[in-house]
Design a binder for this molecule. Structure first.
Ligand code: ACO
Length: 325
């Protein structure tokens, strides 16, 4: 029996309208446009309006993907939303999204793997399709991370942005997703975390503590570069593929220096890398599908090309997907 692959049939994306530039941030914290651009590659980011939620962005991205695929939401078998900034603690953003799309009764759940949320979701969706348990899956990465930013903390305020990306997956005889790889290590939760949950710190949050992203940036940076280097090797090795066979790198967009390091390891020119961090900042699980959709929509990524997607984030979590698009 021939192997079944999952194939990306269409993608979509959504960004809030409001642009916050580095110059805007110069008025809020002690920073400079040149520091932010030199250290991160970011020039501006999008920030959700006060009444705009993660599910709003997810819905726009999903509608675009459904429309491009030419399929109805009611035909979806599964909805997975990678997010670490859900609208509510429950119901999940995936359930809210399912109802808005009119896809009632298909299985729907969120995956919280911080910036690796979309890759984790893609990996789960791929298993469902390859096992024959789903024929059409919507995978979304959506975030409003700026909601939990301490705008007085220059070490994190300059890094993040809001946005969402989505893909529709269907079974195919030809690849398709060649492999996905996910990993986690909870040993260093203190290096990158949001400091409030439900069973820890919730009431304190009401009083004063606030909900913020805490990050020891330079330590995370070193682990990210090392770890992404390893997963790239693992992914190519699992497919007996040489790095020269890759057409596109679609990395998590946290920092241009991390992206450069991965591209260099792969001997890829920056012309083969989809970069959005300059105008989106780090949109966590939104970042990989936003970059993927940009490359597909502007015609750079073509059918039949080989794509390497990778992400690293809080947990730590990390993951990759090798795709014949
Ligand atoms: N403006 C000006 N100066 C600043 C700013 C700022 N916005 N932020 C920090 N500085 C200062 C620091 O105080 C420090 O000053 P000092 O030397 O006097 O002590 C100096 O700049 C250097 O600070 P570092 O933190 O060492 O700077 P670094 O080069 O490491 O860049 C950054 C910081 C951009 C955060 C980088 O470390 C990084 O990108 N880390 C990885 C982030 C990441 O990948 N996260 C994972 C995904 S996120 C998620 O999962 C939610």
């Amino acid at each position: 029996m021939s192997r079944i692959y999952s194939r990306i049939v269409a993608s979509g994306s959504a960004l809030p309208e409001r642009v916050v530039t580095n110059h805007d941030l110069e008025l809020m914290v002690e920073t400079s446009d040149s520091w932010i651009r030199d250290r991160t590659g970011i020039s501006e980011r999008r920030v959700a309006a006060a009444d705009e939620t993660t599910c709003d962005l997810a819905e726009r991205a999903a509608q675009m993907a459904l429309q491009r695929a030419g399929v109805k939401a009611s035909s979806l078998d599964l909805i997975i939303v990678g997010t670490t900034t859900p609208d509510l603690i429950f119901p999940s953003t995936a359930c809210l999204l399912q109802h808005r799309l009119g896809a009632d009764e298909c299985g729907s759940f969120d995956v919280n793997a911080a910036c690796s949320g979309f890759i984790y979701g893609l990996s789960i969706a791929d298993q469902y399709i390859r096992a024959g348990n789903a024929k059409r899956v919507l995978v979304v990465g959506a975030e409003t991370l700026t909601r939990m930013i301490d705008w007085e903390d220059r070490s994190t305020a300059v890094l993040f942005g809001d946005g969402a990306g989505a893909v529709i997956l269907e079974p195919a005889i030809e690849a398709g997703i060649l492999s996905t790889h996910i990993h986690a290590s909870g040993a260093h939760a203190d290096l990158l975390c949001a400091d409030v949950g439900v069973s820890r710190g919730f009431r304190e949050h009401e009083k004063n503590a606030g909900l913020h992203v805490l990050m020891k940036g330079n330590e995370v940076f070193k682990v990210a570069v090392r770890t992404l280097g390893r997963i790239v090797d693992e992914t190519l090795g699992a497919n007996n593929m040489d790095k020269s066979e890759l057409d596109w790198l679609i990395p998590h967009q946290a920092n241009l220096r991390i992206i450069n390091a991965t591209a260099k390891k792969l001997d890829m020119s920056m012309d083969q890398v989809i970069v959005t961090v300059n105008k989106h900042g780090n949109t966590s699980s939104g970042s990989v599908p936003l970059a993927l959709d940009e490359g597909i929509s502007d015609g750079r990524i073509k059918r039949g090309e080989t794509l390497l997607l990778e992400a690293f984030g809080g947990g730590f979590t990390w993951g990759s997907a090798l795709i014949k698009y």
